[in-house]
Design a protein around this ligand. Structure first.
Ligand code: GAR
Length: 201
C-alpha cells in the first residue's frame, strides 16, 4: 500500500510510521510526504531518509485551489491511503471525495472530546482523569469521522500540558501504525459511524 503523508510541523508521527516500515512492522511504502509549511521541522526527517518530499505552501491559498494541488500530487504518486500527521488544515469535501474512506487523521484526544486546537490543554483544563489519542477516518468536518483506534493515558496530578502531551504522543506513535496496519491487512469495515476490525487470522 502506497501512503501519502501530509504534515505541517514536527513530523514525529510521520517518523514513527517511517520507522515501523523500516523495521518491517508495517507493510507499506511512503510514496510521498507533502508539507504545507516551508520551514517545518518534519521536512528534515524526509530529507535525511531520502523519502520523496514536496513542499506545497498553503499560506494565502483558497481551500479548493490548494486541495486540488494536493489531489494532483497524491495521484501522481499513486497514493492509496492519505495519512494526516499533524496536518493543520481542514480538507474540502472535494478532497474527501477524491479519496473515499482513504484519508486518516490522528488527534491527541479521546474523540469526540476536545476536538480542534490544543486538545491536550483542553483536556488538562477540563480536569479529565483519562486522556488519550484517536486515529479516525476523515470527513469534511473537524476531527470527525469514524474511529479506528484509540489509546488512553492517565492524567497525573503533577501534569503540565507538555508532560501530558508527551505521554499522549508516545501512544500516538503506536496507534497510527496499528490503524494503518489494519487497513493494509484488509481487516477494516465501516458501518455507519462504527469501524469493525476483523480478528487476525
Ligand atoms: C500530534 O500531537 C497530532 O496528534 C496533532 O498534532 C501533533 C503533530 O505532531 N494533530 C492535531 O491536533 C490534529 N487536529 P507531529 O508533527 O510530531 O506528528
Amino acid at each position: 500500500m502506497r501512503l501519502g503523508i501530509l504534515i505541517s510541523g514536527r513530523g514525529s508521527n510521520f517518523e514513527a510510521i517511517a520507522n515501523n516500515i523500516a523495521r518491517r512492522k508495517l507493510d507499506a511504502e511512503i510514496a510521498i510526504v507533502i508539507c504545507n509549511r516551508p520551514n517545518a521541522a518534519g521536512l528534515e526527517i524526509a530529507r535525511e531518509r531520502g523519502i520523496p518530499l514536496r513542499v506545497i505552501a498553503s499560506a494565502g491559498m483558497e481551500r479548493e485551489a490548494y486541495d486540488k494541488l494536493l489531489i494532483d500530487e497524491l495521484r501522481t504518486h499513486e497514493v492509496d491511503l492519505v495519512c494526516l500527521a499533524g496536518f493543520m488544515r481542514l480538507l474540502s469535501a472535494d478532497f474527501i471525495r477524491a479519496f473515499p474512506n482513504r484519508v486518516l487523521n490522528i488527534h491527541p484526544s479521546l474523540l469526540p472530546a476536545f476536538a480542534g486546537l490544543d486538545a491536550q490543554r483542553q483536556a488538562l483544563e477540563y480536569g479529565v482523569r483519562i486522556a488519550g489519542c484517536t486515529v479516525h477516518f476523515v470527513d469534511e468536518f473537524l476531527d470527525s469521522g469514524p474511529i479506528i483506534v484509540q489509546a488512553a493515558v492517565p492524567v497525573l496530578d503533577g501534569d503540565t500540558v507538555e508532560s501530558l502531551a508527551a505521554r499522549i504522543l508516545a501512544q500516538e506513535h503506536v496507534i497510527y501504525s496499528k490503524a494503518i496496519g489494519y487497513i493494509v491487512e484488509g481487516r477494516v469495515t465501516i458501518q455507519g459511524r462504527r469501524v469493525l476490525i476483523r480478528e487476525d487470522e
